[in-house]
Design a protein around this ligand. Sequence first.
Ligand SMILES: Nc1ncnc2c1ncn2[C@@H]1O[C@H](COP(=O)(O)OP(=O)(O)OP(=O)(O)O)[C@@H](O)[C@H]1O
Length: 228
Amino acid sequence: MAETKLKESIGEEEEKKEAEDQSFEELGVDARLLRALHKKGIAKPTPIQGVAIPLILEGKDVVARAKTGSGKTLAYLLPLLQKLFTVRADRKKLAPNAFVLVPTRELSQQVYAEVLSLVELCRVKLKVVQLNSNMLANDLRAALAGPPDILISTPTCVAKCLSGGILKAESISESLETLVLDEADLLLSYGYEKDIKAFTPHVPRSCQCLLMSATSSFTHFHTINSFT
Ligand SMILES: Nc1ncnc2c1ncn2[C@@H]1O[C@H](COP(=O)(O)OP(=O)(O)OP(=O)(O)O)[C@@H](O)[C@H]1O
C-alpha cells in the first residue's frame, strides 16, 4: 500500500515536470494562436494549461481545478478558439456554438476582453457576444440575431433569454458544441441553481463540457488536479 502511494506520488511528480516543460506548440496549439500568445508576451503554459489544453483539444469533458490566477481562462479559451477555427462554414447556425457561463458581469467582461484580444491577434472572423441582465429584450435580441460563435454570459441572463423566447431551447439543443462553466463551484452553488436548471436540460449529449474552478470536486468528468 505504502509502495503504491509512493509510486503514485512519483508518477504525479513526473507528470508535473512534463507539464511544466512543454511548450504551447507541443500541446498542439494552432500557429495563429501561438503568434497571438507571442504578441501578448505569453511564452510558456502554466501547469494547468499544460494538462488541460491537450485533453480539451481531444474533445474530452474536463473539470480543471487550480488556484486563482493559475491561467484557467486561457486553458479553456485556447482550445475553444482552436475548435472554432475548424468549424465548417456551412454548418447550421441556429444558436451560439459555444457558451461561456460565468457568475458575475465583471468576470464576463474580463473573459470577453480576453477573447476579443485573441480573435483580433489571430485575425480570424468569429462573432463573440457578451450579454448582461441589464440589457433590454430588444438589445438581447439584436445581440443574438445571426447567432454568435461564442456567447459569454451569466446563467441568469441566459435563463432570461430562454424564458423570453430570445434564445430557443430547440436551437441550443441543435447547435451547442461547447459549454464552459467558469468558476463552476460558484455557478453550481445554491444561488444559481434555478438559472442553471433552466438551461441544462437543453444541452445536447454531444456537447463538450468544461468546468473550471478553484475549489470544486466533481466526479462525472475527466478531472484534473492542479499542480500549482
Ligand atoms: N501561460 C501564461 N504565462 C504567463 N501569464 C499567463 C499565462 N496564462 C495566463 N496568464 C496570465 O495570468 C493572469 C491570471 O490568469 P487567469 O485570470 O486565467 O487565472 P485564473 O486561474 O482564471 O484565475 P481565476 O480563478 O481568478 O479566474 C492573467 O493576467 C493571464 O493573462
